[in-house]
Design a protein around this ligand. Structure first.
Ligand code: TYD
Ligand code: MG
Length: 451
């Protein structure tokens, strides 16, 4: 019989401490350390474990057989792309996101659409609430079973009866196991219940989808090791005030983490957005100053986004700079470069920058469009909406090359843009493209060709 032992865990970062403290020494949060019961692991040396019969034996890499049936397509193109081609059998996927962003909606829609038997276990909503949601998203699947239960032992009993092909858990923070006494949502419960689910997934080759809440820093609540234990970590993000939602993968043992899925939250559920560029660019009649189109790459997918800038004389002594969807430090850097290298006096001006659609972009290739939008607003001269930009701006005011330029140009051509502004240091095969290319080396050159 294993000995019961307690330990002290920080509820914020999951760090384990030997004694109670007012402040966690790992994350410096106050009053987050709680005593939890943990099961003492039986010590086992490797000699003892070799007495047990090994279940797998070492194989040469070319002896290993690959089964093409390893993946289950979810019938949701965006999710399948992000996962790298569907759910891998026996994999555990963790989906994190802010409350109300649409995690339950996404997984319920998938559970209802997937042509396999699904057990959707909810610890958050009642069966009738889930039915209401299912009616709202207007999909019905007799293969999808809904269970409201939070005890893992009970869940496993139902799994034995139902034998689902896919298991969905909403959410890992509501589960508890009989093995330990800590309350649901505590670090040791999350660790223990997810370990049980991972064991279940691996032993039965059933894919498991877990929903995880995130804490105020935007990380998945619970121990950090949870993210190491699961195979795939997905993040569902978006702006509450906008309808677009982005599904990113932070970790994927079976595919690239560069892929990205885009959804739109409508009154009847999440709709997949297959042509994101068309919606992210606001349709306007007249040419307005202060907007520029940038070509960005999210994963391997080129995306055209619209950048809006407003430059106005500062009303107060200290000029204001604010950004939505763009790094504020980067804006400061660009303003300093414009001031010092190109002689634009922006020091006494308020500068506001906005990326439309409520998405956040880290790709440095949008720098040139940011510069163009700022200068366009400053000079009150509109840039033709037929022009798009893809280049990074360096500290010396040089226009730097960006990755995958051909892909960006092809997307711009496809969407009907007439002119593409890029760095002259980008190796572009000019014969390949019919779009007019403007290749510049310095901010001044870009400015001279634009206005
Ligand atoms: P939900 O999936 O409950 O979020 P989470 O599980 O991440 O906490 O999403 C709830 C939000 O989505 C809620 O604000 C209402 C909105 N919503 C729609 O706009 N349309 C819909 O069809 C559904 C089901 C929800
Ligand atoms: Mg939910």
């Amino acid at each position: 019989m294993a000995k019961i032992k307690t330990s002290f865990f920080c509820q914020n970062c999951g760090a384990q401490h030997a004694k109670w403290m007012g402040q966690c020494t790992t994350c410096n949060e106050w009053n987050t350390i709680v005593e939890e019961v943990i099961q003492k692991e039986e010590k086992r040396t490797w000699k003892q474990s070799t007495t047990a019969k090994p279940v797998s034996r070492p194989l040469k890499i070319d002896e290993i057989q690959l089964n093409p049936e390893e993946r289950i397509a979810t019938k949701n193109t965006e999710l399948d792309t992000v996962l790298g081609g569907g759910l891998v059998k026996g994999s555990v996927t963790l989906l994190g996101g802010e409350p109300g962003i649409g995690k339950s909606t996404l997984l319920l829609q998938i559970a209802l659409n997937i042509p396999h038997k699904v057990l959707y276990v909810s610890g958050e909503e009642s069966q009738s609430q889930i039915k209401m949601r299912a009616d709202r998203v207007q999909t019905n699947n007799s293969n999808c079973l809904i269970l409201t239960e939070t005890n893992t032992q009970q869940i496993f009993k139902h799994i034995e009866e139902v034998a689902p092909d896919v298991l969905v858990i909403d959410s890992i923070q509501t589960l508890h196991t009989n093995a330990i006494e800590a309350s649901p949502g505590s670090v040791s419960q999350i660790r223990e219940t997810s370990a049980e689910l991972i064991k279940f997934a691996k032993e039965t080759a059933t894919p498991v989808l877990l929903i995880g809440h995130i804490n105020k820093e935007g990380h998945i609540a619970g121990p950090k090791i949870l993210e190491h234990m699961v195979d795939v970590v997905l993040q569902f993000e978006g702006d509450r005030n906008h309808t677009y939602r982005i599904l990113r993968s932070q970790k994927n043992r079976f595919g690239s983490t560069a892929e990205l899925g885009i959804y739109e939250m409508l009154s009847d559920g999440l709709r997949e957005v297959s042509n994101p560029s068309e919606i992210l660019i606001s349709k306007k009649d007249a040419d307005l100053s202060g907007t520029a189109i940038a070509s960005t790459l999210e994963g391997v997918r080129p995306l055209m986004i619209e950048i809006q800038a407003l430059v106005s004389t500062a009303v107060y002594g200290t000029p204001q700079r604010s950004t939505t969807g763009y790094n504020l430090k980067r804006l400061h850097m660009i303003l300093a470069v414009l001031e010092k290298r190109a002689g634009f006096k922006l020091g006494a001006k308020d500068v506001f920058l906005n990326i439309t659609g409520g998405i956040h972009v880290d790709d440095p290739a949008i720098d040139l469009a940011v510069v163009a939008a700022i200068l366009s607003s400053n000079q009150d001269l509109a840039i033709s909406p037929q022009v798009c930009f893809a280049a990074e701006v360096g500290l010396a005011g040089e226009i730097r090359p960006v990755s995958k330029i051909d892909q960006r140009i092809i997307e711009a051509e496809k969407l009907g843009y007439k002119t593409f502004v890029a760095s002259k240091y980008n190796k572009i095969s000019s014969t390949k493209h019919s779009i007019r290319l403007i290749l510049v080396g310095k901010i001044e050159e870009a400015f001279a060709t634009l206005f």
